[in-house]
Design a binder for this molecule. Structure first.
Ligand code: CS2
Length: 472
């Protein structure tokens, strides 16, 4: 028998389970993007609030495209185990906040209706960087319009994706959607209601949650004494910083009581997280993919890669951050990257790199350029990205490029053995990756070309070692 509501009470005491009723109330949160991250991060925060007796935090979780996951979760009554591992040890928890599940592509109407449900107070989103498209704006707008027509209260719509100013981006998407309509009196009313009563706070969320693996399922089977097809593994650390701009201002104190930081200044947290954590994640993911190291922990465990990441953060990222406690943050990150339980696949992180790099690297490169300082670490990382588009690692193992731009990236990268400089130029010319001005920056192009040549002739590891010696 698999994990389910019925089998919950039979789990051993070493597994933390929800002690509250999961059936009496309708969900107060609609979450779009029911991936591993949400289930091991926000769902666990809401689980805490539910455990305190506040019944408004049950989740209606929406997978944007994946019926397989929703089917598995439905068969388990929305329950799944999370293994939390850090240097304090291992613990298992079954959060109980996921009450309902839908698939956006096939059950769109249910999602629209849920946005307009009187019990809904929050919509949260983790739809990935590439999810911020007009259809998302349309989905939200339809639901919000129904709410307005029904005379319901406004809600908080919180983007939790790795995008700087994610709340503003989401609000702009909804506004753009409304602007495509013919302008009527109803539209003007709706817009007034939206701006006055709905809130789009920006937020920074952080917890390393690798995609589920067979190894974690097997560990769950052992810990629970039954199968769990939705089990996840994560670290002890988590952080959620959200802008103090909530539709119901009383939510701020509640979220704080669960450990969330509600603040006027999300920007400095977002910036530090995107550039230090995600920026070095992307660099390591590409290094790992090209050198054939499968996990982030296997990369950070190599002394020269660790030094490279340490210097990338200290010398090229940190000088441009508003957050002053960056040295502690960096050290904590390096320890988190090394967590042996996480098995965070480099190919998972390298997925959608064309959508991620713009958030993670260019601001630091520009910071260095503005100060006349070296951007060699970023240039080497960019060179490894070019090498990555060959689709085959240094051990001649082929890998897939999972990226919305995969076809054109592979086409551009294919000739890099015969025409390396032209390839580097073509990949660096992509304004949607690097912005408008960087492609025209001669010294940037020259340094990436230099490191690409080193990578092609000596391999990534030697190139990194050369860089470390050169910049000692
Ligand atoms: C990672 C993030 O896959 C990726 O792009 O960099 O998912 C990262 O693990 C999280 O943002 C950590 O909070």
């Amino acid at each position: 028998m698999s994990l389910s509501a019925l089998s919950l009470s039979a789990l051993g005491h070493h597994v933390q389970t929800p002690g509250y009723d999961r059936t009496q109330h309708t969900p107060g949160v609609l979450h779009l993007g029911l991936g591993a991250f949400h289930r091991a991060h926000q769902a666990m925060v809401f689980d805490q609030l539910l455990a305190c007796g506040d019944t408004r935090w049950g989740i209606h979780g929406v997978a944007m495209t994946r019926p397989d996951l929703v089917n598995l979760l439905r068969a388990q009554d929305g329950l799944y185990a999370v293994r939390v591992a850090d240097d304090q040890g291992l613990r298992w928890q079954v959060p109980g906040a996921l009450w309902r599940m839908s698939v956006a592509t096939t059950e769109r109407d249910a999602v629209v209706q849920a946005i307009a449900s009187p019990s809904t107070r929050w919509v949260t989103l983790t739809v990935t960087e590439k999810g911020y498209t007009p259809p998302l704006g349309q989905l939200l707008t339809e639901g919000l319009r129904l709410r307005h027509q029904a005379g319901l209260s406004g809600i908080t719509i919180a983007s939790c994706d790795n995008l700087q100013g994610n709340g503003h981006k989401l609000q702009a998407l909804v506004h753009a959607q409304i602007a495509t309509h013919e302008h009527s009196v109803q539209d003007a009313d709706f817009l007034c209601w939206l701006d006055a009563h709905c809130a789009f706070p920006s937020s920074m969320v952080d917890r390393i949650v690798p995609a589920a693996t067979a190894e974690v399922m097997a560990a769950a089977q052992e810990a629970l004494g039954r199968a769990d097809h939705c089990a996840l593994s994560t670290e002890g650390f988590w952080e959620w910083v959200i802008e103090d701009r909530l539709a119901d201002p009383a939510d701020a104190a509640l979220l704080r009581s669960a450990g969330v930081r509600v603040t006027g200044d999300v920007h400095s947290y977002e910036e530090a997280k995107l550039r230090l954590l995600n920026g070095s994640h992307t660099a390591m993911a590409l290094i790992g993919a090209v050198t054939g190291r499968p996990f982030i922990a296997s990369c950070i465990g190599v002394p020269h890669i660790r030094s490279f990441v340490h210097r990338l953060m200290s010398r090229e990222v940190a000088p441009h951050l508003a957050r002053s406690d960056w040295a502690d943050y960096r050290d904590a990150l390096i320890a988190r990257f090394g967590n042996p339980y996480l098995k965070h696949s480099v190919h998972q992180i390298a997925t959608d790199s064309s959508q991620k790099i713009p958030q993670r690297w260019p601001a630091s490169i520009w910071g260095q350029i503005a100060q006349g300082a070296s951007f060699e670490h970023h240039a080497l990382a960019a060179a490894v990205y070019v090498r990555y588009t060959l689709g085959v690692d240094e051990q001649a193992q082929a890998y897939a490029l999972n990226d919305p731009q995969a076809a054109s990236l592979l086409a551009m990268g294919a000739a890099q053995r015969s025409e390396p400089e032209a390839c580097v130029r073509a990949l660096l010319a992509l304004e949607n990756l690097w912005g408008k001005a960087l492609p025209k920056h001669a010294a940037w192009t020259a340094r990436v070309t230099h490191w690409h040549q080193r990578v092609m002739t000596h391999g990534v590891d030697q190139a990194i070692q050369q860089l470390l010696e050169q910049e000692a």
